[in-house]
Design a protein around this ligand. Structure first.
Ligand code: GUN
Length: 288
């Protein structure tokens, strides 16, 4: 039987609608809109598109979104000054520094300068620690969106065997924490994991976030398992334009899985929706 396709585009649309309503209620209560400030240093072409999309999406739900474009030559001290100004500004609820940063700027130093309560990316060690100790935290958008997709698909996580393939700070590790927080039994797999196909075949939930095109094959999937594909990889295609695929061999895996996300149209659209949700969450937490 073919899997249920988890429609990330439709679910992201639903989340944006919820945030829009939440923003209206916030404005009615506090007399101001939540504020999201996005900082982009330099001319990294994909980042220019992503940050414009973040600003636009914020404005669409009534968040006061603002994109700050800083030149490639911006020094670390100048960037830190800008972050300090936004940190001190009470109208700013969320600060997002688009990555990657130019090589002359130290990412860790910059991310540490964001106050944890305005860290809508959830990258600050305080938020990482809060998530891993089960406290309220701002959680990175991609794993948060992946969890929402599992919930929307009606996947039972309590007592489920779940594997997260990939151990990045942005996706793999926080995803594992979220699943653990929902009482799944969680395995984190990586490039050194022994016999990953056999291990994966025992799992009720598979989250693939490794960045290797179509690595997860149909014979890795237990019949009926839920499969969330975080990967976005461009591969060559017959027409020479290239084609986007995930970390999961979708066409074959959907014949075995119980539910599965496509690429594109799965996890991808959720990321910005969860950023908007995090901004509203931060605004509420700062208003208490
Ligand atoms: N660059 C690519 N993805 C992300 C993200 O989720 N947050 C930030 N800040 N930069 C990114």
């Amino acid at each position: 039987m073919s899997a249920r396709i988890i429609d990330g585009k439709a679910i992201a649309e639903k989340v944006r609608g919820e945030v829009k309503e939440g923003v209206a209620a916030f404005v009615a209560k506090y007399g101001r809109a939540p504020g999201l400030d996005v900082l982009l240093v330099g001319e990294h072409a994909p980042s220019i598109v992503y940050t414009r999309n973040k600003e636009k999406a914020a404005l669409e739900v009534g968040i006061r979104g603002r994109l700050h474009r800083l030149p490639e030559t911006t020094t670390q001290a100048q960037l830190l000054e800008q972050i300090a100004a936004l940190s001190a500004d009470p109208s700013v609820d969320g600060i997002l520094i688009q990555l990657p940063l130019p090589k002359h700027i130290d990412e860790r130093t910059v991310l540490l300068a964001i106050p944890p309560e305005k860290d809508v990316d959830g990258f600050h060690p305080v938020n990482v620690g809060r998530l891993s100790t089960g406290q309220d935290a701002l959680v990175p958008c991609t794993p948060l969106g992946s969890l929402r997709l599992l919930d929307e698909a009606g996947v039972n996580l309590k007592g489920a065997n779940a594997i997260v393939i990939g151990r990045s700070n942005i996706v793999g590790k926080p995803m594992a924490q979220l699943l653990l927080g929902r009482d799944a039994t969680v395995t984190i797999a990586h490039s050194r994991t022994a016999d990953l196909p056999a291990l994966c075949r025992t799992m009720d939930v598979v989250v693939a976030a490794v960045g290797r095109a179509e690595m997860v094959k149909a014979d890795w999937i237990k019949p009926g398992a839920a499969v969330i594909d975080v990967g976005i990889n461009r591969i060559e295609s017959a027409d020479g334009k290239g084609r986007l695929v995930g970390d999961v061999a979708y066409a074959e895996c959907k014949e075995v899985a119980g539910s599965i996300t496509p690429v594109p149209g799965g996890v991808g659209p959720m990321t910005i929706a969860m950023l908007l949700q995090n901004t509203l969450t931060a605004a509420h937490a700062r208003s208490r």
